[in-house]
Design a protein around this ligand. Structure first.
Ligand code: G6P
Length: 369
C-alpha cells in the first residue's frame, strides 16, 4: 500500500495531485486542436440521436451528481440542449416521464452504484437512449448502457472522490463542445477558444496545487469550526455543493453548499463570527453580485475565505483569506475552483486525525440500496 501511495500520506492527496495527468489522459486522443475536432466514438456513432434529442436527463449519485449539475450549465449554455439532473434514487422511484427522444446520461466513477444502475434499466425499458460516463472499465454501468465514454482517471482509492469529478467534467465538456459545434450553437472562434483553454487546464491545475501550503495554514485556523457554508453562483454553484460534501465526508464537520444569492433566503440567519463561509468569487461569471454577497457576510461578521482569480484585489480587501486560481473561461472554471476546496477538506481532516481515505460509515461504491 505504501508503494501505491507513491510517497503521499494518503490516497486522497495522491489523487488530488494526479489531476493534471488525469485530465490530460481524459482528453488525450479526443481533443484534436490542430484539426479543430473532438473525437469521441460513443458520441460520433450516435450523433443523430444526440442532435435530435428533445432533452438530456442526467442521473447520478454523490459527487458524480455534482458533475452532472456542472454539465447542466455547460450543455445548456454551449449546446442549447435542455438538461435535467436527477438523483438516481429519486428518479427511479417517481414514475418519471421518459420518451424515446430523451437521452439519459448516467455518470458513475465505479460504474456499480445500485440506484444509478436501476435508473438506467428504467430509462431503457421506456425506450430512451442511455449513455454512460464511467471510470471503471467493464463495470456494470459501462456494460448496461448503449454507448459511453470512459474518464480514464486511473484507479480512485480514496472514498472521497476527487480526480473522478474533474475528469467527469472534462468528458462532459468535450461532449457539450462537440454537440455545440454540430448544432451551430457556438461560434467558430468561441469553439477554438474553448479547445485552447481546455488544453491549458492541466497546467493551470498544477498552478492551483501550488497554493497547498497556504491552504494548509487556512485549514489550521478553521479546523475546529462546527459548521461551514460554501457559496457559489452559476457554474460554480455545483462546486460549492461539492466543496461542502468533501468537508462533510472526511472531516465530519457539518457543511452546506448554497447558490450565493439564496443565502438571503435562509443561511444568512446562521452567519456570525463563528461561521466560516467559503465563497467562490472568480472574475468571470456574476463577480460583482458575489462581491455584494461577500459584503453581506462581512457585515454580519462571518469569516470569509474567497476562492478568487489570480490578481484579484476587490475580494482580497473584504475577505479574511483568499486562495487564488488561474484565470480561465467561466465554463471551465469548476476544474480549477474545485482544487483548493479538495485540499482544504483534506488538510482539515488530517489535522483532526480522521481516517481520510476511509471515512466512517461511507463506502467507495454503494452497490446496495
Ligand atoms: C459513494 C462514494 C462517493 C461517490 C458516490 C457515487 O457515496 O463515497 O464518492 O460520489 O458513491 O459513486 P459513483 O461510483 O456512482 O460515482
Amino acid at each position: 500500500e505504501e508503494i501505491e501511495k507513491a510517497g503521499y500520506d494518503h490516497f486522497m492527496l495522491k489523487e488530488i495531485y494526479e489531476q493534471p495527468k488525469a485530465i490530460t489522459d481524459t482528453y488525450r486522443g479526443r481533443l484534436l486542436r490542430d484539426q479543430a475536432i473532438i473525437k469521441m466514438s460513443g458520441v460520433e456513432d450516435n450523433i443523430k440521436k444526440f442532435l435530435n434529442a428533445n432533452r438530456v436527463i442526467i442521473v447520478a449519485c454523490g459527487t458524480s451528481w455534482h458533475a452532472g449539475l456542472v454539465a447542466e450549465y455547460i450543455f445548456e449554455d454551449l449546446a442549447r440542449i435542455p438538461v435535467e439532473v436527477e438523483y438516481a434514487s429519486e428518479f427511479r422511484y417517481r414514475n418519471p416521464v421518459i420518451n424515446e427522444d430523451d437521452i439519459l446520461i448516467a455518470i458513475s466513477q465505479s460504474g456499480e452504484t445500485a440506484d444509478t444502475l436501476a435508473a438506467i434499466k428504467l430509462a431503457k425499458s421506456k425506450g430512451a437512449f442511455v449513455f454512460g460516463i464511467c471510470n471503471v472499465v467493464g463495470s456494470s454501468i459501462a456494460r448496461e448502457t448503449h454507448a459511453g465514454a470512459y474518464t480514464h482517471a486511473g484507479p480512485e482509492i480514496g472514498v472521497a472522490s476527487t480526480k473522478a469529478f474533474t475528469t467527469q467534467i472534462t468528458v462532459l465538456t468535450l461532449m457539450a463542445l462537440r454537440l455545440a459545434r454540430a448544432k451551430g450553437t457556438i461560434t467558430s472562434s468561441d469553439y477554438h477558444h474553448h479547445l485552447l483553454e481546455l488544453e491549458m487546464i492541466p497546467n493551470k491545475v498544477k498552478k492551483a496545487l501550488e497554493y497547498d501550503n497556504h491552504i494548509k495554514t487556512i485549514a489550521d485556523i478553521y479546523k475546529d469550526a462546527t459548521n461551514c457554508l460554501y457559496l457559489g453562483r452559476g457554474y460554480n454553484f455545483p462546486v460549492a455543493l461539492e466543496g461542502a460534501l468533501k468537508l462533510k465526508e472526511i472531516s465530519y464537520i457539518h457543511a452546506e453548499g448554497y447558490p450565493a444569492a439564496e443565502m438571503k433566503h435562509g443561511p444568512i440567519a446562521l452567519i456570525d463570527e463563528n461561521m466560516p463561509v467559503i465563497v467562490i468569487a472568480t472574475k468571470k461569471g456574476h463577480y460583482e453580485k458575489v462581491v455584494s454577497n461577500i459584503q453581506e457576510i462581512k457585515s454580519r461578521k462571518g469569516k470569509i475565505i474567497g476562492i478568487v482569480t489570480q490578481g484579484d484585489e476587490q475580494v482580497r480587501e473584504l475577505a479574511d483569506h483568499v486562495i487564488e486560481v488561474p484565470e480561465t473561461l467561466e465554463s471551465l472554471s469548476p476544474l480549477l475552483t474545485t482544487i483548493p476546496l479538495q485540499l482544504l477538506s483534506y488538510h482539515i481532516a488530517v489535522m483532526l486525525g480522521k481516517n481520510v481515505d476511509q471515512p466512517r460509515n461511507l463506502a467507495k461504491s454503494v452497490t446496495v440500496e
